[in-house]
Design a binder for this molecule. Structure first.
Ligand SMILES: CC(C)(COP(=O)(O)OP(=O)(O)OC[C@H]1O[C@@H](n2cnc3c(N)ncnc32)[C@H](O)[C@@H]1OP(=O)(O)O)[C@@H](O)C(=O)NCCC(=O)NCCS
Length: 181
């Protein structure tokens, strides 16, 4: 299993071979491009401002490992195809064992098992960081992400109505949860 020591896992689908590894500073522009595409065109994130390079580098610094890792999927040519991470669910110390997850795949690489491999990597890794449970907050219209999380065992707890707003419309957010051990 991928972890801070640099051990890699690999995945192969019909069209794409890739490894999953911890994020590095040199991944910043690639991750930023994937994330900012989602900012501009989707409600996958309710960010409305594109992420700049210093912010992305700070994010990578914060996701170097314990307790919140960031992983990338990288193909044989070194192209970053997607990324996934854990972040604090709530900064209060009593929530230390709970994390929120995110996963983003380059639109050109979607549908090839990369999102699933990234999310599975987070789930496999989490118990080693004493993350006991993972919460996913997903825009209710994001069928691909909802299906991905359900496929990997996340249970739907409910939907918060009209808690978000983007592109001039209200956004409902569905909460899902999976225990990691
Ligand atoms: C959601 C996302 C991460 C899925 O990644 P992906 O690599 O395209 O998905 P995978 O190929 O690994 O698919 C795994 C499973 O996800 C679900 N899924 C993926 N794409 C789907 C789609 N378009 N419609 C419905 N279900 C879909 C399926 O259950 C699929 O399993 P299956 O192939 O056995 O049917 C990707 O579409 C993405 O990055 N979207 C934009 C950003 C985003 O929405 N991120 C999530 C924020 S909460």
């Amino acid at each position: 299993m991928q972890d801070c020591t640099g051990v890699r896992i690999s995945g192969t689908t019909t069209h794409v071979s890739f490894v999953i590894r911890l994020v590095r500073p040199e991944d910043a522009e690639s991750i930023r491009a994937i994330y900012n595409e989602a900012v501009r065109t989707t409600t996958a994130t309710l960010d409305t401002q594109e992420r700049d390079l210093p912010t992305q580098l700070a994010w990578i610094e914060k996701h170097q490992g314990d307790p919140y890792p960031g992983f990338v999927a990288e193909d044989r040519e070194g192209i970053i195809l997607g990324c996934a991470s854990l972040s604090p669910y709530n900064p209060k110390p009593g929530y230390r064992g709970t994390a929120e997850n995110s996963v983003y795949v380059d639109p050109h690489a979607q549908g090839h098992g990369i999102g699933e491999a990234l999310l599975q990597a987070l789930l496999d890794d989490a118990p080693h960081r004493e993350i006991r449970t993972i919460v996913a907050l997903i825009s209710a219209d994001n069928l691909a992400s909802l299906q991905l999380h359900r496929k990997l065992g996340f249970r739907t707890l409910g939907t918060l109505e009209r808690v978000g707003r983007k592109f001039g419309r209200d956004v409902d957010v569905t909460i899902l949860q999976r225990h990691t051990s």
